[in-house]
Design a protein. Structure first.
Length: 320
């Protein structure tokens, strides 16, 4: 069944190919993040579409070492199956795979690809209105004050590689007291204060540091101690970092004495699901400098001191 789809994709051109495999395609970038698919990504999406149409394999494993959660909203609910299906074909499966819907109207009839995933073990649950990006993790964190499994947070606009959850859970097994991320920024300091977010650099190396800021876009795994601390802090993020889940998670980790490490030497970006970036928060949070305001509201003076001390250590190692 796959070969006819791929033959049609090759012969029809990129725009028709996208229609064949069920995703939209833009001629030009829709935002600062270019989400136009390469031919290789189109072929990968075709395989994921075939799996969604025909597979009966479970998307979860009762022996799984982590829970995986994500959220989706608005028009993106039509495409979230791609991120979920990419996780479902992984070398290692989660104990639970949960999609939280953060808009009440999304609790109605679900797109057919999501219903198929649901039959294979995906959990689809409503989130309380107003959580926005925090809906990807907070309903799970709030469900119990004490967690037994680490939580892997994922974004709904990524196509994840097969190794994704295996690498994250292996890293957690090796160093369970850390946050582990595929993609992290190096938080920059000057004169004991944080420099603006847009000046931070991609992190390098796998050493843990308070100056490493993990991002959920490529996936990160949160230890149980951090989940319990997030539960203790409650919904203060609604006032301090309403549009920045990564900021709240990182600030909470630093405050709890939990460092972040990349799982690979270089910060990793996975392919975007096509036509998802026009509705992202990049313009507001980064270009509009909202991240700096939310950082200032989320970090305590002691947190900044920890970050800057570790940044100084990174600088000294780099210069020495």
């Amino acid at each position: 069944m796959l070969e006819p789809v791929l033959r049609r994709a090759r012969s029809a051109g990129r725009r028709s190919a996208a229609r064949v495999i069920g995703v939209p395609l833009q001629e030009h970038p829709t935002s600062a993040q270019d989400d136009r698919p390469t031919p290789e990504l189109l072929r990968e999406i075709a395989r994921l579409r075939l799996a969604n149409l025909t597979s009966r394999a479970r998307v979860v494993d009762p022996r799984g070492e982590a829970v995986v959660t994500m959220t989706s909203h608005g028009e993106r609910i039509r495409l979230v199956w791609l991120a979920l299906e990419s996780i479902a074909r992984g070398e290692r499966l989660p104990r639970r795979l949960v999609l939280f819907l953060d808009e009440p109207e999304l609790a109605g009839p679900l797109p057919a690809p999501l219903r198929r995933l649901q039959r294979r073990g995906l959990e689809i649950r409503p989130a309380a209105p107003g959580l926005r990006v925090h809906a990807k993790y907070w309903p799970h964190v709030a469900s119990t004050p004490h967690h037994d499994l680490p939580l892997t947070v994922a974004d709904d606009d990524m196509v994840y590689p097969r190794r994704w959850l295996r690498v994250l859970t292996d890293a957690h097994r090796s160093r369970p007291g850390l946050v582990h991320a595929f993609r992290a920024h190096e938080m920059q300091c000057a004169d004991g204060a944080l420099r603006p977010y847009h000046l931070w650099m991609p992190a390098s190396g796998t050493a843990p540091s308070f100056a490493h800021f993990g991002t959920g876009v490529s996936g990160q795994i949160l230890p149980t101690a951090l989940l319990d601390r997030l539960h203790e802090r409650g919904e203060a993020f609604l006032e301090r970092a309403p549009r920045a889940d990564d900021i709240w998670i990182n600030a909470t980790a630093v405050g709890a004495g939990i460092r972040t490490a990349q799982v690979e030497e270089q910060s990793r970006n996975f392919p975007f699901v096509p036509a998802t970036q026009a509705t992202g928060l990049y313009q507001l949070n980064v270009a509009g400098r909202e991240n700096d305001r939310q950082l200032a509201q989320s970090l305590e003076p002691g947190d900044v001191a920890r970050i800057c001390a570790d940044f100084a250590t990174i600088q000294a190692a780099r210069e020495g």
